[in-house]
Write a protein that binds this ligand. Structure first.
Ligand code: HEC
Ligand code: HEC
Length: 666
């Protein structure tokens, strides 16, 4: 076995050198900046920003936007209010922002008797005067890229470009040190193999696979097993099982059949099998071009929601950005105030020109070039246009037709044709809102990478760096913020390569620790021992079938049962419900698996006459380990008292399968 501690210490020495160099380089750059910059646009901007936030945001900010004007970003100032743009870049005297704050202006800002000081007015004027297209581009970029949790970020601790496994090992160990916790020991090979098979392929190893791994004497056998499993068909199937639930929610049999029939399932499996970049998958799902066959299959993500645009917004946000937004429908999010009502309705607007087309060409989502201008009402009863915007993104400008009230929902909006008659091919609007979303919001959104990295982390390590994984908002702090930032950048810089990310995670020291926690004071988010991960429905049943050495294809009915009783993927809190217990203790369909006449392990145990061998074989096949002395004595006693009757063998096997040891990945 590789000595991970040795690997770590060698690495630490290397990394310390890198970090020191990096800090030194940073310091040099900073002082050079200070020496050469004479005119300081940042200073001018800060002065103006201070005036705005002290005197204007109260009414032109998140809660309220008086005069329909939001003064918090250059974008929104340019978008303007009732009277049009609030600023004319480079020209203060033409800008309402400056005009209205001068003494005697009508209306006068701030309203009432308050008057800004001359100096403050000049600060605003100076800022508008020096605005150039370049500065605006730069500044909107900054607004976009300042998500809540990085605001206080210290200089990067981890150099770019190193192996992610090393970065993780370093940052996780750093937290152990800071919190003074002792990590658990590395796992033995059998536990590692079981854990890895479950996490990457969704089932335990067969006895043969396990024995082969245990017999392997190569020092890099763990790394090789990781690579081998990541390439396997079962891996693609397992990720498809998980992301089917993440993206569409648990479906009943009817829905699952449709998802299979219309190519969604195949889309997921083939994408994971070919390691399709995550940003590309996300793009295909939201763009869902009716004219592209891959998009059509991916577009089931939209199609299954049947033109319910709020449902679409409420699934796009957690799926691709790790943010639940339901609470921002009627008011800005009460706890995570950065998620605003306008983001909710903006996201709805990106999709509300779509329409399900279930005609002869099969299910696909077509898109209109017009319509979809909605308003929403805040708690104060004020109506607002739903502009094309989303959290941490700029607002996309779109001409709002003055007179248009309602657009007729006519097929000619969606299809090419003469005189409105639908003739086959869907139109692709020149200004497509879904395209705008894919290009302007999704493609470079910092949360796209961050939320995927966090989910992959939770998949492998039992809990996200931000927990829960669909609430990456200001209420839920990251346990390792710098690491999450670093990993997200790394994921993004490496083409959203899912396999590379999972490989890096599986190779870490934290992943390969024992699950028993030693020492005082270990918190789950220290990742100082392996966390228990409850098996998802598919993994549980597939593992049972491997343990019993039975055929998967005969058991689709039981799979339905398991899917409905064990619906969770990434549960916030692992729970065992009464109906789950009842399934395991009372279901005839489930018990049938332990019938003495079944092929596989049941037959083999029956044919093994020696009681001690029966017990050892069952333990190895089911738990992947030998029984300890107590377990051995108990099991042997149980079988002996019943002369190893077939029912007794069945009951022993059943008890092992229903045990919590079998039902969690540890
Ligand atoms: C107490 C609330 C309040 C504060 C504070 C306030 N405003 Fe206003 N602002 C309003 C209201 C109300 C309107 C709409 C007035 C109207 O249309 O006659 C408005 C309108 C405006 C408009 C015109 C928008 C349009 O297109 O019609 C500008 C520009 C403006 N404010 C700038 C500012 C600036 C700059 C500040 C800070 C120095 C500021 N406001 C502070 C309430 C406020
Ligand atoms: C369908 C509309 C709607 C949705 C969705 C909604 N709320 Fe509200 N919420 C309201 C209304 C209306 C009020 C104002 C009640 C009042 O003013 O008395 C309110 C008020 C609140 C308040 C009190 C605010 C205060 O300052 O007193 C909290 C807290 C709150 N909501 C939390 C939530 C959370 C959390 C969610 C998501 C789970 C949510 N809301 C979703 C309509 C909604």
């Amino acid at each position: 076995m590789i000595d991970t501690r040795f690997r770590i210490s060698v690495f630490l020495v290397g990394l310390c050198i890198l970090v020191t160099q990096n800090v030194a380089v940073l310091a040099e750059v900073e002082s050079a900046d200070e020496a050469t910059v004479e005119i300081d646009p940042a200073g001018i901007e800060n002065a103006a920003r201070e005036v705005l936030s002290d005197h204007c945001f109260r009414c032109h900010g998140s809660e309220k936007t008086s005069g329909k004007l939001d003064l918090r970003s250059i974008e929104s100032m340019l978008a303007g209010g009732l009277r049009g743009p609030a600023i004319v870049p480079g020209n203060a005297s033409e800008s309402l922002l400056v005009e209205f704050v001068r003494p005697g202006a009508k209306p006068h800002m701030p309203p009432g008797k308050q008057q800004l000081e001359d100096q403050q007015i000049e600060a605003l004027a100076a800022w508008v005067d020096q605005l150039s297209p370049e500065l605006i581009a730069q500044s909107t970029k900054e607004v976009e890229e300042t998500p809540h949790e990085t605001s206080s970020s210290s200089p990067a601790m981890i150099p770019e470009g190193i192996d992610p496994t090393l970065a993780i090992d370093f940052m996780v160990a750093k937290r152990w040190q800071e919190r003074n916790v002792e990590p658990s020991s590395p796992t033995d090979d059998a536990t590692f193999a079981r854990r890895l098979y479950l996490d990457l392929t969704g089932r335990i190893p067969t006895l043969e696979q396990l024995n082969k791994f245990l017999a392997d004497t190569n020092s890099d056998k763990r790394d090789r097993l990781i690579d081998q499993l990541l390439e396997s068909e079962l891996h693609a199937r397992h990720l498809a099982d998980i992301f089917d639930v993440v993206l569409l929610g648990r479906g009943d049999d009817g829905k699952l059949n449709e998802r299979t029939q219309h190519g969604w399932r195949e889309y997921l499996e083939s994408s994971f099998a070919s390691n399709r970049p995550w940003n590309q998958m996300a793009r295909e799902m939201v763009l869902a071009r009716a004219t592209d066959s891959t998009d059509v299959r991916a577009g089931w993500f939209l199609y299954e929601r049947k033109n319910d645009f709020q449902a679409i917004a409420e699934s796009v946000s957690p799926s691709f950005f790790g943010l639940r937004i339901e609470c921002a429908q009627c008011h800005d999010h009460p706890l995570a105030a950065e998620i605003e009502q306008r983001h909710y309705w903006g996201l709805v607007a990106f999709f509300n020109r779509g329409k399900n087309d279930g005609s002869k060409n099969g299910p696909r989502v077509v898109e209109s070039a017009i319509g979809g201008f909605n308003k929403y009402t805040d708690l104060g009863g004020n109506a607002h246009d739903a502009l094309l915007t989303y959290f941490a993104s700029a607002t996309i400008r779109e001409e709002i037709p003055g007179e248009e009230t309602e657009v007729k929902d006519d097929d000619s909006n969606y299809f090419n044709g003469q005189g409105g008659a639908p003739v086959g091919e869907p139109r692709v609007p020149r200004f497509s809102r879904r395209q705008q979303f894919a290009d302007e919001v999704l493609s470079d959104h910092p949360l796209l990478a961050r939320s995927f990295v966090n989910r992959a982390w939770a998949l492998m390590l039992g809990r996200g760096i931000v927990h829960p994984v669909d609430q990456m908002d200001s209420m839920h702090a990251a346990s390792h913020p710098e690491l999450l930032e670093w990993l997200s950048n790394d994921f993004r810089n490496n083409d959203y390569d899912i396999r590379r990310l999972l490989r890096s995670l599986a190779r870490t020291r934290a992943y390969q620790l024992e699950s028993a926690s030693i020492g005082e004071g270990q918190l789950p988010e220290d990742f100082a021992h392996a966390l228990h991960k409850p098996l998802i429905a598919e993994s549980y049943l597939n593992s049972i079938l491997v343990a019993l050495d039975q055929n998967e294809s005969d058991n689709s009915e039981i799979m339905t049962l398991f899917r409905s009783e064990f619906p969770d993927v990434f549960p916030e809190e692992p729970t065992a419900t009464l109906s789950q217990a009842l399934l395991l203790t009372n279901s005839p369909k489930f018990f049938a698996l332990f019938d003495a006449e079944r092929p596989g392990i049941m037959t083999r145990l029956r044919e093994t006459k020696d009681v001690e061998q029966q017990v050892r074989h069952a333990f190895m096949a089911i738990f992947g380990r030998q029984p300890d002395d107590d377990e051995f004595e108990q099991a042997v006693g149980y079988l002996k008292a019943r002369q190893s009757a077939p029912e007794a063998l069945g009951q022993m096997v059943w008890a092992m399968i229903a045990s919590s040891e079998f039902r969690v990945n540890h």
